[in-house]
Design a protein around this ligand. Structure first.
Ligand SMILES: Nc1ncnc2c1ncn2[C@@H]1O[C@H](COP(=O)(O)OP(=O)(O)OP(=O)(O)O)[C@@H](O)[C@H]1O
Ligand SMILES: [Mg+2]
Length: 366
């Protein structure tokens, strides 16, 4: 049995017309770091709160450490939760804030001190031990909130967008701190975020949700390379994957605006049962502008005019219209073009994804 098991979990809020979460099934192993991602309203927090016990489960079974806990009170489930809008006690110092929950649990003072010292050390808060929250930065406050969760010594951490009110730089550093903490403590963690970069960089496995329904679960790179449908393909990866309406006939792929590309035999063969109208998707980094690739696939070199550029420094995004869609190519800093430049490029042929026009399923990943 896995450490946490969700079996066909459903949630329908009272007075709601439809389910907020439908048939959510997932096994989580001990020590795993799982991220729930998806757009606003897709049911991430609802699922997390059902695991925590703050929200009643309408249907299905939830097991934690071998025990069915559907009706178990939150405090008896062995979980510690970090909320998005954590509230620190303003009149208490950092150490008092961290230890408060333990005092409530009637832990002896000596033991509380030991735990608080440990948390303060592991979170690098020694300097701020006697400060009150109003004299701390956002990142420091965030660490105090994490401290409150880790001292409780629970079996599971549940975190709901814990970094969403920090600025970009702090988020990156806190992201690293949480990952480090997870490596050190090995506590099974479920982490909710709508930021796919956080999910990609922190999680062992990612669960992608849409409209209360799990779309795909897998290791970050598996989702990136093998998205099961167009939604997952578009959600994971930044900039977003490029999509085109195409018609495939044998080796010939025709774009909406009449442009044509010859597919290599291996690709054409795999599409032999899927002739006709499809959606083709390709990531920006698989649109190649370098000489070597243009030479390699020279029969299929395409042209476009650069309409916009995003200069990031290490790499750059070039925007242009092709095949009836706005396209973004991610190129290295050595391949930078200017607005108005003529661009020659190739689609890396084995990196194309094909989706059914009706179901939007990835027809090569079934
Ligand atoms: N107490 C409630 N009563 C009725 N409907 C609710 C309640 N809480 C949430 N919902 C609905 O359930 C759905 C899922 O909400 P949830 O808060 O789980 O989304 P989320 O994925 O966490 O979104 P966000 O990224 O915005 O936090 C939404 O449609 C929401 O409106
Ligand atoms: Mg939420």
């Amino acid at each position: 049995m896995s450490f946490i098991e969700l079996k066909k979990i459903n949630k329908k809020y009272e007075n709601a017309e439809r389910n907020s979460v439908t048939d959510f099934t997932l096994n989580i192993e001990e020590k795993e770091f799982i991220a729930f991602v998806g757009p606003s309203g897709c049911g991430k927090s609802t699922t997390l709160r059902m695991i925590a016990g703050f929200e009643e489960i309408t249907g299905g079974d939830l097991y934690i450490d071998g025990k069915r806990v559907n009706e178990t009170a939150p405090k008896d489930r062995g979980i510690a939760m970090v909320f998005q809008n954590y509230a620190l006690y303003p009149h208490m110092t950092v150490e008092k804030n961290i230890g408060y929950g333990l005092k409530n649990m009637k832990m002896p003072a000596e033991e509380i001190k030991k735990k608080v010292d440990w948390a303060i050390d592991i979170l690098g808060l020694e300097e701020y031990r006697y400060r009150k929250p109003k004299n701390l930065s956002g990142g420091q406050r965030q660490r105090v909130a994490l401290g409150r969760a880790i001292v409780k010594n629970q079996k599971v951490f549940l975190m709901d967008e814990p970094l969403s009110n920090l600025d970009a730089k702090l988020r990156v550093s806190m992201r690293n701190e949480i990952s480090k903490l997870h490596r050190e403590l090995g506590t099974t963690t479920i982490y909710v975020t709508h930021d796919q970069v956080e999910a990609m960089t922190m999680a062992d496995r990612i669960v992608i949700m849409k409209d209360g329904v799990m779309q795909q679960v897998g290791k970050p790179m598996d989702l990136y390379e093998h998205p099961i449908n167009k939604f997952v393909a578009g959600f994971i990866g930044s900039p977003q994957m490029n999509f085109y309406n195409v018609t495939v006939k044998g080796e010939e792929m025709t774009f909406e605006d009449g442009k044509k590309i010859t597919l290599p035999d291996v690709v054409a063969e795999r599409l032999s049962d899927h002739q006709g109208e499809l959606i083709m998707g390709i990531r920006g980094e698989d649109i190649k502008v370098d000489e070597q690739n243009r030479e390699l696939y020279k029969a299929n070199v395409q042209q476009a005019v650069v309409e916009n550029t995003e200069v990031m420094g290490n790499e750059n995004n070039l925007y242009f219209t092709y095949g009836g869609s706005l396209t973004v190519a991610r190129v290295s800093k050595y391949e930078l073009s200017q607005m108005g430049d003529k661009l020659e490029f190739v689609f890396s042929p084995t990196k194309m994804h094909f989706f059914d026009k009706e179901t939007e399923e990835n027809i090569l990943e079934k």
